[in-house]
Every structure is written in structure tokens, then in C-alpha cells.
Design a protein around this ligand. Structure first.
Ligand code: AMP
Ligand code: GLY
Length: 444
């Protein structure tokens, strides 16, 4: 048990002093990173993770409750006097987990169901951006495939076709001609490859530029941006191949200097929160803006209502401010008291190691060797899809591990991460060898 720091907090009618218990909801590399970082907090006594994974189980207590079982999660938080629940994935947020916890006076880090629509409905988010003049690509909404195809016949290519609802990052298709457009529209709207998520689609103009991810702590009044990062969505080197959940990330990016961050805050983050407030929606949690830095300035590609994965695996290792403090301040609407958060003057990268076949059909059950407990915080292996059976580590998912390295600069951080990647082996392991390659490139 750590020594209490004297902070006081209440859960329902119960008053606590000093350290608190935290529940992290989710089971991937993002949640492993959150648990790892929260464990470094002097305010956190014990961490539970529901349902967690085998890697998380090494450093926290995993609880067998699925992340979409909101009733069981709030019962658990209530019963165990959890001081703060942190939600990793979007699905429980879109289902209204934050509303449910708040009704029971349980503290939760994550936006309400209404606020989560920024991610759960692309039509909602684009119409919101149009209404509040937040820069984004011009778009049209369609309910009927034939109408959408008719529109494409006279439109300029390339275009981007997007399913309205949640599709695990896979419901976006860039099309270069009418044949590809027709195929994409039919895949989403007629074949319903993404289910109900494809009842409506958006078609928008293709934006050119550098893509960056900017996340911010938001408490409904105050917005504090985190360092910018860049994801690598395609499966293969050189940004080729199919889209994945993300094959690696690095932080910070050279494209977002202080001036650009100010522009992003003034033109995108602040107007987003102001717009939500005007809609009667209070946003508390992390707001993620996926941006294209175009020659006409930054434009929003998408919002997420949670930490990006794998970006978080490269961003949080550089955070010096206590994460639990920041999260509690967000939940209690006290972010104003943090003028600035402090960061290590270093770079961090995350290289994702995936199973053979990912993001398509992949195999699991391969034995993993070379997983040593890390001796310092300069390197860390975050688990996304592993299992521990008879003292042997096995693969159990598409994305298996996120290997993080940090050092004085990007090159050294990459060296560290790849040295570790090269020690870890499993049959069919695939990973990109070029994480960070865009850092040296100018906007095209
Ligand atoms: P989204 O889920 O909307 O962020 O889209 C997934 C990915 O598709 C983005 O990370 C971009 O790489 C790409 N993308 C989405 N919208 C556009 C756009 N309007 N122009 C260019 N690329 C886009
Ligand atoms: N890396 C993008 C996402 O988390 O959606």
C-alpha cells in the first residue's frame, strides 16, 4: 500500500482520503498502456482491468467482465469502491457507459453517449462540423445506393466512401473511379459488410497532406492538447496494403509545432467543445481529432471519443504529469488548474507486431519467445492479443504486441524499439519496418 498524499475524494456518499482504486475497461494494447501509466501514479493504489489480457494480468488484477456489459461493470465499480473508471474502447462509450456510471454517482473518465456520437456516427460528426464551421472535407450523405452511385458519376475523383456507424476503423474506402465507387457503395450499403453501420453513407472529397492525430483532455470547459502523433494504418511498408487498426505510431511529429498546435486548438478543438456546449452536450474525457494538414490548414478526417490506439502507446510514455491527476481533474471539471502539462523532451515509438494474415483472416496459438520483463521505462512491450498457457506465451489476436521504445530523438527511439522487436519471435510475425518514415517528408 502506498502512502496517501492527502487528496480527498468522494464516491457517492463515501469519502476517501489519499490513494484510490482504478478500473480500466478494455482488453488491448491501449488498455495495457493506460494500466502501466496509471500504475506510476502516486494517487493510485490498486488497478483492476475488465476484461484485460494476459499482459495486463502481470501488472493489474483482471476481472472477467466484458467491456460492453455496462451493468456488471457499474455493479463492480460500486461494490469495490472504485475511485475512477477509465474507458478504453468506443463501444461502451457509444452504448452510454458514462451516463450509467454518472447516474450511480460513480466517477468515470469518458464522454456521454450523446458526446460519443462524434465517433459513433460519421453523419452526426460531419453535420456537426458543417454547423459549427470546423474545417473538414466537403461531403454528401446518402440513404440509397443508387442515389450515391448517381452522384459519383458526375463527381471528381478520388473520393472517400464512409459507412456512417462504427466499423472498427475499416468502414472507409478511398475510390479512384466510378467502378471502385460502385463496388465500395455496394459493399457497404447492399452487401452490408459492416452491418447496420452501412445503412447510411458519406461521400467526401479526398484531402491531400500529412495525417496527424491530436488528442486532448477535455472537461467540458477547458481543453488541454497532448503531443501530436502519427499512426500507420496500412499493413505494409510504404503505406501499402489494406487498412488495419494501426501498425505503429510515433510521438511527437515534426509537423505540429507550437504555432500549428495553436491553430488546431483555435480552429478545431475549441470550436468543437463550444459547438457541443451549444448542443447541450458536456464532453468529459479524451477527444481525438484525426487531422489532415492540408495546404489550406488542418482539416478533420474523423473524431474519436477515446485514446487512439496505437498512438496512445507512443504518447503516454512521454507524459510527465500524473495521469490519474489529469483524469480526475477532467472528471471533476478542474482542468483549468493545469496551465500546462509537462512532457519528457524525447521521442517515443510503438511498433505493432501482428499475426500472420492480419488484418484478414489470421491464425492464433503461435508460441512467443523473447518476452523479457523490461528493466526500465525506456522500452516496454504492451500486449494486445496474447495468452499465457502453462507458463508459455501464445498469440491470441490479430494485433499481438506493441513494442515501445523512447529516447532523445526519433532515430534513437526507433533503434531501441526495433532492437526489442528483433528479439521477440513467433511464427508468422509481421510488423512494419518503416515506422516514422514520414517524419522526414514534407507535406505533398
Ligand atoms: P476515418 O476513419 O474517417 O479517419 O478514415 C480512415 C482513414 O481513411 C484516415 O485515417 C485517412 O487515412 C483516410 N481518409 C479518410 N477520409 C479521408 C479524406 N477525406 N481524404 C483523404 N483520406 C481520407
Ligand atoms: N489509431 C486510430 C484509432 O485509434 O482509431
Amino acid at each position: 500500500m502506498k502512502i496517501g498524499t492527502g487528496i480527498a475524494y468522494t464516491i457517492g456518499h463515501v469519502k476517501f482520503r489519499g490513494v484510490m482504486k482504478v478500473l480500466v475497461v478494455g482488453s488491448g494494447g491501449r488498455e495495457h498502456t493506460l494500466v502501466w501509466k496509471l500504475k506510476q501514479s502516486r494517487k493510485v493504489d490498486k488497478i483492476f482491468c475488465a476484461p484485460g489480457n494476459a499482459g495486463i494480468d502481470q501488472i493489474a488484477k483482471c476481472v472477467d467482465i466484458k467491456s460492453d456489459n455496462i451493468k456488471a461493470l457499474s455493479d463492480f465499480a460500486h461494490r469495490n469502491k472504485i475511485g475512477l473508471t477509465v474507458v478504453g474502447p468506443e463501444v461502451p462509450l457509444a452504448m452510454g457507459i458514462a451516463d450509467d456510471f454518472q447516474k450511480r454517482k460513480l466517477k468515470i473518465f469518458g464522454p456521454s453517449k450523446a458526446a460519443a456520437q462524434l465517433e459513433s456516427s460519421k453523419v452526426f460528426s460531419k453535420e456537426f462540423m458543417r454547423k459549427y464551421h470546423i474545417p473538414t472535407a466537403p461531403f454528401r450523405v446518402f440513404n440509397m445506393a443508387a442515389e450515391a452511385i448517381g452522384f459519383c458519376k458526375s463527381a471528381e475523383f478520388p473520393l472517400v466512401v464512409k459507412a456512417d456507424g462504427l466499423a472498427a476503423g475499416k468502414g472507409v474506402i478511398v475510390v479512384r473511379n466510378i467502378d471502385e465507387a460502385t463496388q465500395a457503395i455496394e459493399t457497404i450499403m447492399s452487401k452490408k459488410v459492416f452491418g447496420k453501420a452501412g445503412n447510411r453513407i458519406l461521400i467526401e472529397s479526398f484531402l491531400k497532406g500529412q495525417e496527424v492525430s491530436v488528442m486532448a483532455f477535455v472537461d467540458g470547459k477547458t481543453t488541454i492538447p497532448l503531443l501530436s502523433s502519427q499512426d500507420h494504418k496500412q499493413a505494409y511498408d510504404g503505406d501499402r496494403g489494406p487498412n488495419t487498426g494501426g501498425m505503429g505510431a510515433y510521438c511527437p511529429t515534426p509537423f505540429v509545432d507550437e504555432e500549428m498546435m495553436e491553430e488546431i486548438t483555435d480552429r478545431i478543438l475549441s470550436p468543437t467543445i463550444k459547438g457541443l456546449t451549444e448542443e447541450g452536450i458536456k464532453y468529459k474525457g479524451v477527444l481525438y481529432a484525426g487531422l489532415m494538414l492540408t495546404p489550406d490548414g488542418p482539416k478533420v478526417l474523423e473524431y474519436n471519443c477515446r485514446f487512439g490506439d496505437p498512438e496512445v502507446q507512443a504518447v503516454l510514455p512521454l507524459l510527465k504529469t500524473d495521469l490519474a491527476d489529469l483524469m480526475m481533474a477532467t472528471v471533476n471539471q478542474k482542468l483549468e488548474s493545469f496551465n500546462k502539462i509537462s512532457w519528457e523532451d524525447s521521442s517515443a515509438v510503438c511498433v505493432v507486431m501482428a499475426s500472420k494474415g492480419y488484418p484478414g483472416k489470421y491464425s492464433i496459438g503461435a508460441q512467443i519467445s523473447g518476452l523479457q520483463p523490461s528493466k526500465d521505462n525506456q522500452c516496454q512491450v504492451f500486449h494486445a492479443g496474447t495468452e499465457l498457457k502453462n507458463k508459455k506465451w501464445l498469440t491470441s489476436g490479430g494485433r499481438v504486441l506493441g513494442v515501445m521504445g523512447k529516447d532523445k530523438n526519433l532515430k534513437l527511439a526507433l533503434n531501441r524499439a526495433y532492437r526489442l522487436v528483433n528479439k521477440i519471435r513467433f511464427q508468422g510475425a509481421s510488423f512494419r519496418r518503416d515506422i516514422g518514415f514520414r517524419a522526414g517528408k514534407q507535406i505533398t
